[in-house]
Design a protein around this ligand. Structure first.
Ligand code: MN3
Length: 246
């Protein structure tokens, strides 16, 4: 079996081709922008468009879950983030990433706003951007996975275990640091940028993450988080992951 085919099969990736675009803040359909500098527009954050239809991830993630997740859950984080930031207008000049990096240096009123609602907005924007059915793991990621975990299978098994080990709500992330892949969990709406030391923050790149809050999967998978984590591999946009590496 050819190596690429083997990887595809072993990851259970769909071979289906989806012709839609998957761009959150695109300059063109072939371009995309990681939200590494999310700033409010006219003092407010807004709900980003998905760049694909709510049913685009069927049957792995259902349309109803996507619509509620996007228009209700994500919107609620944005509404509360805007509310919280409006009380401290000076921070509106800064990007969310700058504020995350210096999270514990913010006022005690602002810290929970940023941690919960700032994180909620950033994490979901980042998540939507990396979803698409029918892509395959790229060369750069494959090389990193083998180097860091011994094999693609070991990488994937470790990720699955980590995602399943989160007690309650949170995220499991794959980050690139010192040219090694690492898998890290964060509770609630936290992410690996929060309170990361500046120098190492510059070196940390988040490549992708999975939202394991029940709202991300409960309608379709109920209590079976493992089935949702398995399905996630069929909707991860490996093309975006490759771009995030570079
Ligand atoms: Mn969510």
């Amino acid at each position: 079996m050819e190596r690429k085919e083997f990887l595809k099969t072993s990851l259970g990736l769909s071979l289906g081709i989806f012709a839609g675009t998957n761009i959150l803040k695109a300059k063109s359909t072939n371009d995309y922008l990681v939200p590494d500098e999310m700033k409010p527009i006219n003092g407010k954050y807004e709900l980003p468009k998905l760049g694909y239809a709510y049913n685009a991830l069927e049957p792995f993630i259902d349309a109803q879950t996507m619509e509620i997740h996007h228009t209700k859950h994500h919107q609620a984080y944005i509404t509360k983030l805007n509310e919280g930031l409006s009380k401290e207008p000076a921070v509106l000049q800064k990007s969310l990433e700058e504020l995350f990096h210096d999270l514990d240096k913010q006022s005690k009123e602002l810290i929970p706003v940023l941690r919960n609602h700032g994180g909620g907005h950033w994490n979901h924007s980042f998540f939507w951007e990396q979803l698409k059915v029918g892509t395959s793991m790229g060369e750069n990621f494959t090389t990193l996975a083998i180097k860091s975990f011994g094999s693609v299978e070991m990488f994937q098994n470790t990720f699955n275990k980590m995602a399943l080990s989160i007690f309650g709500s949170g995220w499991c992330w794959v980050i690139l640091q010192n040219n090694q892949l690492k898998i890290v969990n964060s509770p609630n709406q936290e992410n690996p940028l929060m309170n990361a030391p500046k120098e190492s923050q510059n070196k940390i790149k988040i490549l992708f993450g999975i939202d394991v809050w029940e709202h991300a999967y409960y309608l379709k998978y109920q209590n079976k988080r493992a089935d949702y984590v398995t399905a996630f591999w069929s909707v991860l946009n490996w093309d975006v992951v490759e771009k995030r590496i570079n």
